[in-house]
Design a protein around this ligand. Structure first.
Ligand SMILES: Nc1ncnc2c1ncn2[C@@H]1O[C@H](COP(=O)(O)OP(=O)(O)OP(=O)(O)O)[C@@H](O)[C@H]1O
Length: 655
């Protein structure tokens, strides 16, 4: 045993050298280490449970006495694997060890969907938990946090480790308890908000925030009076769906707000008044549209009309002209760019934001700068409290607090450059356990959206006739409903999975691999839930995935197509496009997309060669989003510096 362990130690040193060189191919020594782990595990199979526990305990002792975790890794993985075999009935595959090595060394392991990332992460988590510092695993949503923690808890408990879960609904004391555990599961968003809550409660925040600034933000938040939620210094985080969190979500800051009663009242009045009046304003005459980000601008004629409306008897008293201009511009922006069913849904008489990347409701999120209230006014709902920024952070800053961080995902390779640049984290591509049998069929391009949807229905019928299940991904709840109506018209039974019914997700996904089953899903597309194929389906070609439009991020498209042909199963995928798709206008502009539309209307035989325009448009949008992320980080850093300067001035005043 000693000889084996020494041999492994020399190999693990080589593993580190490899990572530092930044190549992303799996080197031969990694395979040798796996073989040795398997030999070690074989030796442990005769151990009793208490002997295994003692073995783990001695590894803890060695780790805490200063022996490097990399050196201990093979022995630790052998013990954890033996516990996985005993408690879950599964022994990690070789590729899962590769993923765990990569993550232990701080990389993002790119593992295809369905390759077993949950188990892989557990290996790395256990190893790093040997130091007793507390490890976080950031999952894509609450459901996965609970599911994964429950599934793996017998393994953690058998090693004497505690595991906690934080979800949107966790109380403060539940959060405190979960952070005390060896391993804590939660979403990046929850970890981020708890960090901000603790930041607001910290004495440093008081020094930074001068008394003048406190006046601006109102009195101390109640939460600031109580203990920290997480009193431990964060040590390591593993980020699941790392590209989605580190790239897609990094465009919006995490903000924790504080309210102000007077502004609340004024905003509500202005929003309601504007929502009722902006219908009278005409584009180009009264306002200019600058796009979703920059919004609307009233022209001189527009301002005149707003002033006239303010003089009418139904105008609320106390609404000043400046506020009326601003709230009219905001109401116009909401009317033109925020779509019910795509950007938000109404749930329990409240506006709930739909995450554009996952298709799920972003629990607890509100749009800032009065947008949320303007939407409520447009929908005739009660106006909720506006929030002022109390503290904010970026995803980049949140994760840079952890001395050790790693990630895993099915689709990081295309974002490898940005991940390396912003987070200094390499991406390592892990091979699949079994060779992939996915057939990616040629894209189909149509002039109009109508033709495209008709073709999607036809392809669905053809696949169903062969006994194959079909999963159709759409970009919004509205489109899902529209397609659903068409499927019904064609007499096709189907299930719809979207932000408003995602409680049934697991049940719907469970059935999605049955012969001839049709499932329509918004972007979430059952991420994190396995579509298990019926034996008959495997014989008839597996799941067929239809991507009904290109998403603004190519990774989301790949996640969708990746639902087919998992773990060596057969399967296929096809992307359908039309010249009326949003991606063209967003990426190439309205004029260019109209030109393309006209060109291809005249020469429809060229449609096939048009595919490249769609990918070009998608690339442009991705580039634009990357730019936004860089700007966000700069803006928040600048704001911090200003605050710090204000704090220093305040201190000078006191002295
Ligand atoms: N070593 C193993 N032996 C047998 N089954 C395994 C093993 N590892 C994982 N599985 C099974 O494979 C399936 C997929 O696992 P998991 O959900 O972790 O995959 P994933 O890579 O996270 O997929 P996704 O990207 O869809 O979330 C699960 O049903 C799991 O039980």
């Amino acid at each position: 045993m000693v000889i084996v362990v020494n041999f492994i130690s020399s190999l693990t040193e080589r593993l580190r050298v490899f990572l530092l060189t930044g190549e992303n191919e799996i080197p031969a020594p990694w395979w040798d280490i796996i073989e040795q782990i398997q030999i070690l595990q074989e030796g442990l199979s005769s151990y009793s449970d208490s002997q295994l526990f003692d073995e783990w305990h001695s590894l803890r002792y060695r780790a805490q006495s200063g022996e490097s975790l990399t050196k201990i890794m093979p022995e630790a993985f052998a013990v954890v694997s033996e516990q996985m075999k005993r408690h879950l009935g599964m022994t990690p595959y070789s590729v899962q060890y590769l993923g765990a090595f990569a993550m232990h060394e701080g990389a993002i392991a790119e593992m295809q969907t369905g390759e077993g990332k949950t188990l892989t992460a557990a290996l790395t988590l256990c190893l790093n938990a040997l130091l007793d510092h507390g490890i976080h695993i950031a999952t894509a949503n609450d459901y996965l946090a609970k599911r994964d923690a429950n599934w793996l808890s017998p393994v953690y408990h058998s090693l004497g480790m505690t595991v906690g879960v934080i979800t949107t609904t966790s109380s403060l004391s539940e959060r405190q308890a979960a952070y005390e555990c060896d391993i804590t599961y939660g979403t990046a968003r929850e970890f981020g908000f708890d960090y901000l809550r603790d930041l607001l409660a910290s004495p440093e925040f008081d020094t930074i925030i001068s008394s003048r600034r406190r006046q601006l933000f109102g009195q101390r938040d109640q939460q600031r009076e109580q203990q920290f939620l997480n009193s431990r210094q964060p040590y390591m985080v593993i980020i699941d769906e790392a590209d989605s969190i580190l790239i897609d979500e990094a465009r919006t800051p995490l903000i924790i707000g504080q309210t102000n009663a007077i502004e609340e009242e004024q905003l509500a009045v202005a929003c309601e008044w504007s929502a009722n009046h902006v219908g009278k304003l005409k584009e180009e005459v009264h306002y200019i549209a600058h796009g979703p980000q920059r919004g609307m601008e009233l022209t001189e004629a527009g301002r005149r009309i707003v002033r006239e409306m303010l003089l009418q008897h139904d105008a609320p008293s106390g609404l000043d002209t400046g506020t009326a201009y601003l709230s009219s511009e905001r109401a116009l922006r909401v009317q033109n760019y925020f779509q019910k069913g795509r950007d938000y849904v109404i749930r329990d008489e409240k506006v709930a934001i739909v995450d554009e990347f996952t298709g799920r409701i972003s629990e607890g999120r509100m749009w800032q700068n009065g947008i949320h209230q303007a939407i409520e006014a447009k929908e005739g709902l009660d106006i909720t409290s506006p929030t002022k920024v109390g503290a904010q952070t970026t995803v980049q800053e949140l994760f840079s607090r952890y001395p050790r961080r790693a990630g895993m995902t099915g689709t990081a390779e295309s974002a490898a450059g940005e991940l390396k640049k912003i987070y200094n984290t390499p991406v390592i591509k892990i091979p699949t356990n079994l060779p992939s049998k996915r057939q990616v069929l040629a894209e189909q391009v149509f002039l109009t959206a109508e033709e495209k949807w008709a073709a999607i229905v036809s392809e669905t019928i053809a696949m169903q006739r062969r006994g194959r299940p079909v999963l159709i991904g759409t970009r919004s709840v509205n489109l899902s409903n529209q397609l659903s109506a068409q499927l019904l018209q064609a007499g096709l039974d189907h299930e719809v999975l979207h932000a408003l019914n995602h409680e049934n997700e697991a049940a719907i996904i469970k059935q999605a691999g049955q012969p001839g089953r049709i499932t329509v899903a918004t972007n979430m597309a059952g991420r994190g839930t396995d579509i298990i194929l019926d034996q008959e389906v495997i014989k008839s070609g597996g799941l067929h995935v239809i991507c009904s439009e290109l998403h603004e991020s190519a990774r989301i498209d790949r996640q969708l197509t990746g639902r087919s042909a998992r773990q060596g199963d057969p399967g296929s995928a096809r992307i359908f496009l039309s010249f009326e798709d949003d991606i063209l206008t967003t990426g190439l502009g309205i004029q260019r997309s109209q030109e393309l539309y006209s060109t291809y209307r005249e020469s429809s035989q060229d449609l096939k060669t048009a595919v490249r325009y769609f990918y070009q448009a998608q690339k442009r949008v991705e580039k634009h989003h990357e730019q936004q992320r860089v700007e966000l980080v700069d803006r928040i850093n600048q704001r911090r510096q200003t605050l710090q300067q204000m704090g220093q001035h305040a201190n000078l005043d006191v002295h």
